[in-house]
Design a binder for this molecule. Sequence first.
Ligand SMILES: O=c1ccn([C@@H]2O[C@H](COP(=O)(O)O)[C@@H](O)[C@H]2O)c(=O)[nH]1
Length: 284
Amino acid sequence: MSVPEPFGARLRRAMDERGPLCVGIDPHASLLTDWGLNDDIAGLERFSRTVVEALADRVAVLKPQSAFFERFGSRGVAVLEKSVEEARAAGALVVMDAKRGDIGSTMAAYAEAFLSKGAPLFSDALTVSPYLGYGSLKPAVDLARESGAGLFVLALTSNPEGREVQHAVRAEETGGRNVGATVLAHLAAENAGEAPLGSFGAVVGATLGDLSSYDLEINGPLLAPGIGAQGATPADLPGVFGAAVRQVVPNVSRGVLRHGPDVAALRASAERFAAEIGAAVTAA
Ligand SMILES: O=c1ccn([C@@H]2O[C@H](COP(=O)(O)O)[C@@H](O)[C@H]2O)c(=O)[nH]1
């Protein structure tokens, strides 16, 4: 059996060829309305198909937000499956934003659902939560390695509420390293020795300001949500990520999606963000 090419290598190539932008597929009810669609399964399907048609052949990564599909039950999940399949077929890498996390034995089942080759929702990478302990993610790490997939682990999230958990310092931790920094250290260990890029990334918000007190050099990708609707801009990236900016996969969801349903307008918006990101990274 041939060994699948690891996610990190596939992502590096996609970023080099297409630029690092990741666009979200987030079918908010309000966006469906703005697009002149009903907040129902037909609206969901049309929305998702339009985003895939507009962008899957040109951006490196599409990131469906599972919650917006799950709210329609099994029919919504069927739309999600189709979107993932079509986006991958058109050449985009798909990061499933489902933020799964549980005890190890249950985590194994989540991993099978999203990271097992041939699973209906198989995705190139999955967002996961380490807040049941980083070690609880081991089944997902193992399966991702086996199937050439990746993970993005929540380290320092873009929302202000994240601080109370992610900035906490364990009593037994020497040197005052906080929880977010500990997650980053686990990921650096996971990616050690991998080239050109490890497959185990961190989620680090673009909204967080100067992160120079963190070691962001994890030899893996840094998925950076928060640009657009949450207030961060592409120009903020070098100040937030410093030397690690070339490993950043900046995510924009509503900032692009609000330009739909016109395919050309969606593409133009993504191109503007991509150009601004490219300029910011080049100047860094
Ligand atoms: O820290 C995090 C982790 C994930 N997200 C997700 O990213 C998108 C952001 O959407 P915008 O419309 O660009 O604000 C969304 O799916 C979040 O669930 C995040 O924002 N922050």
